[in-house]
Design a protein around this ligand. Structure first.
Ligand code: ZN
Ligand code: ZN
Length: 307
């Protein structure tokens, strides 16, 4: 097995790209895929201040590392969704990465918005699905931090498997609104709405894992215990099955969508008009945003429990 680039001994097999690579060329290749996504989809420039959402998992850890390696001004954002002992392993990793990259780590404490409760407890009290409340809280606080700390763009670690699976799910249900938003760049459409980008969108999940392992980057192995009920894993395994027969099915599908999107769907940006939430001032389509609504009902329920 020889490296396609230098002819030296290859250690990584990439059937989806029909090539094998040595360690150095593989590392360079993954970083180059990130740079390609940034440039091709006009995510940001070297002058922009970038905030990377860090969960402690391999995707966000490697993204922060790669962006600083490529010379971008990228700081990290960690959202504390639970109590200290629950989030410590992930926070330790985020802090290690801050040392490694020499960049700043911002820590946002979600529990202070939930009267001291963790997001998991708040979901229980509200009888909500943990993943949906957790997702809502993360999206809200990521946006808020990007705006309030003066960053130009928010970057998340979503990889090709995430994006292809999400897109497949949305197509299977013909969720055209979501399909149109399945783009690795979401521009800001309001002064308090941050531009959002996914620079890992062209990298396979398993390649990112190989990348962090080869570089010995610290990351959290375990995925969120609450996400087991989510549908994404089903679509992911569908893709993996398909790739057994057609090793580049995922990347061909996803890149095809990015290329053909505007031809398939008439872009009628029929987006609902954004207004400012009457409580927090952040953009929403309703009078009160869903984050503030969740806080109000949580407060009522806690008061009821305590009375
Ligand atoms: Zn090589
Ligand atoms: Zn609000």
């Amino acid at each position: 097995m020889k490296c396609k680039i230098c002819g030296g001994p290859a250690i990584v097999q990439l059937p989806h790209y029909n090539m094998n690579l040595c360690k150095d060329h593989f590392i360079h290749f993954i970083q180059k895929r990130v740079k390609q996504a940034i440039d091709r989809y006009k995510m940001f420039s070297y002058n922009d201040k970038i905030l990377v959402a860090i969960s402690g998992g391999k995707d966000s850890v490697s993204l922060w590392y790669i962006l600083t390696k490529l010379g971008y001004k990228a700081d990290g954002l960690f959202i504390k969704l639970g109590y200290d002992h629950q989030v410590k392993p992930a926070l330790d990793i985020a802090q290690k990465l801050a040392d490694l990259t020499g960049r700043k780590l911002i820590i946002e404490d979600a529990t202070r918005y939930f009267y001291g409760k963790s997001v998991f407890e708040a979901a229980k009290i509200l009888h909500r699905h943990t993943c949906s409340l957790c997702g809502k809280v993360k999206r809200y606080l990521m946006n808020k931090a990007t705006i309030e700390y003066g960053y130009d763009v928010l970057a998340t670690g979503h990889n090709l498997d995430d994006e292809a699976s999400l897109l497949l799910g949305n197509i299977l249900h013909w969720q055209t609104g979501y399909i149109l938003r399945s783009f690795p760049v979401l521009e800001s459409t309001h002064p308090k709405l941050a531009k959002k980008v996914k620079p890992h969108c062209l990298n396979y999940e398993k390649d990112i894992k190989t990348y962090v392992d080869l570089l010995n980057l610290p990351y959290l192995q375990q995925t969120c215990p609450f996400s087991l009920g989510a549908k994404l894993p089903i679509y992911k395994s569908l893709w993996d099955n398909l790739e057994k027969y057609q090793p580049n099915a995922k990347i061909t599908f996803y890149k095809g969508f990015l290329r053909e999107k505007n031809k398939i769907f008439k872009i009628q940006e029929n987006q609902p008009k954004l207004q400012e939430c009457n409580i927090c001032g952040y953009p929403t389509i309703n009078q009160t945003c869903s984050f503030c609504s969740a806080r109000i009902s949580l407060k009522t329920k806690i008061e009821k429990l305590n009375s």
